[in-house]
Design a protein around this ligand. Sequence first.
Ligand SMILES: C[S@@+](CC[C@H](N)C(=O)[O-])C[C@H]1O[C@@H](n2cnc3c(N)ncnc32)[C@H](O)[C@@H]1O
Length: 260
Amino acid sequence: MIEELFAWTRLDCLPAAQRLGLRREAAALAVRHRRLRTHWAGHIEQTRTALLASARLAIASPHAPRRAWIMGAGLLQDVPLQAMLELFDTVDLVDVCFGPAARAAAARHPGRVHCVAQDVSGVLNDLSCDPLQAAPAMPADAWCASVNLLSQLPLLPCTARLKRGDSEADVERYGAAIQQAHVDALGRVRHACLIIEYAQTRPGAPDEVLLPGLPARLTTGGWTAGPRWQWPLNPVGETAEPTGRAMQAWWRTGTSAHTP
Ligand SMILES: C[S@@+](CC[C@H](N)C(=O)[O-])C[C@H]1O[C@@H](n2cnc3c(N)ncnc32)[C@H](O)[C@@H]1O
């Protein structure tokens, strides 16, 4: 608790995101990253490797981007920044919340690393707006990466809408639209990487698919399936029942596609 409070004080957060609880979530995540670093090391390494594989494909292609736009990077836990700086002129770390590591990286590399405070869903200021209209465009000249972010995007906006009395069916549609808008926006840029939690895993139980239909839509939309791995999100002792996530990286290079 004290550790989370301390982590909270060290975060910069957009006011609308803070009102919904994203600063608290980021503080809790920073503390869990420290506490579970051994359990999560493989997942972090796999994420970094997948990001690098996608970025290298992008810069080897015609119209190679000189800029990286990395969303969900505010804690800078799973982004191989040094390697990215060898590939790109500038690296934009995009999030609603930034921790000391991201701020220090921007200070160490002035003009090359930026902390871009942006709500990539576009709904946090006004939860009643249509997610499909609200999501901001991503920079067309950049390699754009969404890092373990897609399943987080709808969580707190949906919780807030349930609290204000919206029906579960409406909120479910709203959450799906937030995710769809994010994938659509990524689909409009030429070079993209999407790292997702596609299923929840439990020992001795079938996987629970979190994003039904998305892999098929990505494939139809011209995305390539990259590596898969397991993330022991809640190892034994962390929760009553251990649970994990089945992860997968997807990428697209050289074409812009509209995900159907
Ligand atoms: C689960 S974390 C992703 C993992 C993260 N890359 C890490 O280092 O652990 C989700 C990240 O997305 C950010 N985030 C959540 N909603 C967002 C939004 N609407 N716009 C931009 N970033 C958002 C959170 O602040 C958090 O840093």
